[in-house]
Design a protein around this ligand. Structure first.
Ligand code: SMO
Length: 718
């Protein structure tokens, strides 16, 4: 990036305009934060703690300050910050634990930043990190679980038996392809900050507050962002440090995380212990559900820390009718990285619990898993409507999802086939899941302008991280304006373009961001057609570009009256190698209700991506800390993300759309569906596969070792 910040920004904007005449997919025009280097830019490196649960007894930076190329060294004592980052208190009785930009007195997590070095090159900064003297003493911190919330409703019905399970979800890493990065440039009285984030406006609000600047003095731009999955939904200590140093030194400051930094210091997902008991009557009718959700939160609370536990609690009992529900939540600060939303955000935990409990009840009663679900699903006649705990739920047809799944898979034949292959010695399982998925609440903004050139420039307050969102929004705008999508340019990710916005998370981008786009487009269409001379047939939209500028821009904010709730059903067929425990996912069949679909190809991409991450959660991914808070899975050598060879042999995606009653598009969310649908279907299939050996609960993830033990040493399986 050459030239002044303004030239750089103009280049970025020019590049953001699609070049549709060029069909080549790899154009080398991606611009991520790591690709940007304004003149005079200096580089920031952190000294990160290698241990946790300690107090700092000595922190000597004098040698580091004297190293060649070093411009500044910061410790907590050198910082003067105002206030703390915001936390969305979705659980009102919960606690907040704001982060320290640099560790203050003690260290609670491996990877926590203790000092920051600014140098002329990234290498010089890193070299100087080695010259800092850090002495520590053991000071373990213990924090008890804090009971915070309860969701309850109904009256228990008479029951014949009760099944129970305890699910310890492994912590997992969101693992976007692009690690976090931040670049802050002094600009006038304030800052321009390039950040790899899902939520540029929240970044602006947090940074301006913590730096003591007005909102208007901080511009945040999220350029190309290479994935996020919830891991870039909150501002981080590193972002604040970068912005602070840029202000302090009056120079552009850049920091790019390594993969190791991300393992230790990016937010993680899941990690909760979910215990449940379900009583059923002799016909398999669900009588009562009691759940304990124990959520670990890591050492600081990101903005959406409470979104996941709240989702898990409030969506129980999932798509089923039950006599009574009671779910209690406790939250707990834990040594280790902060725990935040990760693709699915609490919905996977709720689905995993219900789907296992329902299967266990079916097994006890000698019912087929499909049959017990059919007997208990909420009727479409009751939707939209309120759940037993008072949640508004969108239109949907859960029985039809099950029927379609049974039909497209030839379910009865699959069961017969399984019996035959089992007789021949194979370890084979079939598993079902049925899920619901609330998809984001609140508002989003949009603004559309007809340019002098006769093209429409659409700004969204939402953002994009590689999902192809620009294409979907262009389609929505084109549809409302009745023009070709080729005439629409979409811009996102720059807080100077709109007064406010939220971003891309909670599967809300089409339902809420898209609805805002549609409202703005309808408004612009009415404005333009009202201003056009109607005496002759106008050439639309070409004639409209000659209208006064004021008539050529329209803005809208869409506030969703309700969340859109998606739903779906999935079937997994798995085979386990009895000598190695290796799992082959032979097929996934999946019927998804994402409501009105704007772009089927993008939806398919979301389903596939979520499926892959869902497989990771149930089969292989786990962050492990030892008893001292030491991170044992700090690299991709120790942390097993699924690879191409782990993908299912066959995947069949089917749609059964019921339009949402919560927005004018009728759209629901789909981005997180794979992480909700796939893990319970696969875990149920694995439990079904090992049933000839043991009915003990498998761990999450169910690794090859755990499966091998279940098959070969079933009595020793806990
Ligand atoms: S886990 Mo998402 O980015 O709401």
């Amino acid at each position: 990036m050459d030239g002044s910040p303004d030239t750089a920004r103009k280049k970025w904007m020019d590049r953001a305009m699609p070049r549709r005449e060029d069909p080549v997919l790899l154009r080398g025009q991606g611009r991520f934060v790591a690709d940007l280097l304004p003149p005079g830019c200096v580089h920031l490196a952190f000294l990160r703690s290698a241990v946790a649960g300690v107090k700092i007894t000595e922190l000597d930076t004098s040698d580091a300050r004297a190293m060649p190329g070093v411009l500044a060294v910061y410790t907590a004592h050198d910082l003067a910050l105002h206030g703390a980052q915001a936390v969305n208190m979705l659980i009102p009785d919960a606690f907040t634990r704001p982060f320290d930009a640099l560790a203050t007195g003690r260290v609670d997590a491996v990877g926590q930043a203790v000092a920051a070095i600014i140098a002329e090159s990234p290498e010089a900064a890193q070299d100087a990190v080695e010259a800092i003297v850090l002495e520590i003493d053991d000071a373990p911190a213990g924090a008890a679980p804090i009971p915070t919330a309860r969701w309850a409703g109904g009256t228990p019905a008479p029951a014949a038996l009760t099944v129970e399970t305890v699910q310890d979800h492994a912590l997992v890493a969101p693992m976007p392809l692009e690690p976090r990065a931040c670049l802050a440039e002094p600009l006038g009285e304030g800052l321009r900050v390039w950040m790899s984030t899902q939520t540029p406006f929240r970044g602006r609000d947090d940074l301006s507050r913590m730096l003591g600047l007005p909102d208007s003095a901080v511009q945040v731009i999220a350029p190309d962002v290479g994935g996020a999955f919830g891991g870039k939904a909150s501002i981080y200590p590193e972002d604040v440090m970068v912005a602070y140093a840029a202000r302090d030194l009056g120079r552009p400051v850049k920091w790019v995380a390594s993969r190791s930094d991300e393992f230790a210091a990016a937010t993680q997902g899941r990690g909760a212990r979910v215990s449940g008991s379900l009583s059923v009557d002799a016909d398999g009718g669900l009588a009562a559900l009691t759940v304990q959700l124990d959520w670990r939160l890591g050492h600081w609370t990101p903005y959406s820390a409470y979104a996941a536990p709240r989702n898990a609690g409030r969506i129980l009992p999932g798509p089923y009718r039950v006599g009574a529900v009671r779910a209690d939540l406790s939250v707990q600060p834990t040594p280790g990285a902060a725990v935040n939303i990760y693709r699915g955000a609490g919905r996977p935990e709720a689905a995993m619990l219900m789907e296992r409990l329902v299967d266990k009840a079916a097994h006890k009663l000698g019912l087929d898993p499909l049959e017990i679900r059919r007997r208990n699903v909420v009727s479409p006649a009751d939707l939209p409507g309120h759940s037993i705990t008072g949640e508004w739920r969108d239109a949907g047809d859960y029985p039809a999802l099950l029927d379609r799944l049974a039909q497209v898979t030839g379910y009865d034949d699959l069961r017969a086939d399984q019996a035959a292959r089992r007789k021949a010695g194979e370890v084979l399982g079939l598993g079902l899941s049925l899920y619901i998925e609330p998809c984001g609440q609140g508002w989003e903004t949009a603004q559309i302008t007809l340019t002098d050139a006769g093209r429409f420039l659409a700004h969204t307050g939402s953002s994009a991280q590689g999902q192809g969102r620009l294409t979907a929004w262009a389609q929505i705008v084109a549809d409302a304006l009745d023009v070709s999508p080729d005439l629409i340019d979409v811009a996102e990710g720059d807080t100077d373009d709109l007064p406010g916005g939220i971003g891309a998370l909670a599967s809300r981008s089409t339902a809420i961001g898209g609805s805002a786009m549609r409202l703005a487009a309808e408004k612009l269409r009415d404005q333009l057609s009202g201003a056009l001379d109607q005496t002759s047939e106008p050439d639309w939209p070409a004639d409209a570009r000659h209208l006064p500028k004021s008539a050529r821009t329209a803005s809208a904010t869409f506030t969703a009256p309700h969340e859109a709730w998606a739903s779906g059903a999935a079937l997994a067929q798995v085979a386990i190698d009895r000598d190695t425990g290796k799992v082959t996912v032979e097929q996934i069949a999946w019927v998804d209700d994402a409501g009105h679909v704007v772009n089927p190809m993008l939806v398919q991409g979301q389903l596939w991506g979520g499926l892959a991450q869902g497989l990771g959660c149930v089969l292989s991914e786990r962050i492990v800390y030892d008893g001292d808070g030491q991170l044992l899975t700090g690299s991709l050598m120790d942390y097993a993300v699924p690879r191409a060879t782990d993908m299912p042999r066959a995947v069949a995606l089917h749609k059964l759309p019921t339009p949402s009653a919560a927005n004018p598009l009728g759209a629901k969310g789909v981005g997180e569906a794979g992480c909700i649908a796939i893990p319970p279907a696969v875990l149920n299939a694995l439990q079904d596969a090992v049933l000839p050996f043991t009915d003990a609960d498998l761990p999450i993830p169910a690794t090859p070792e755990a499966l091998w033990r279940a098959i070969n040493f079933p009595k020793e399986t806990p």
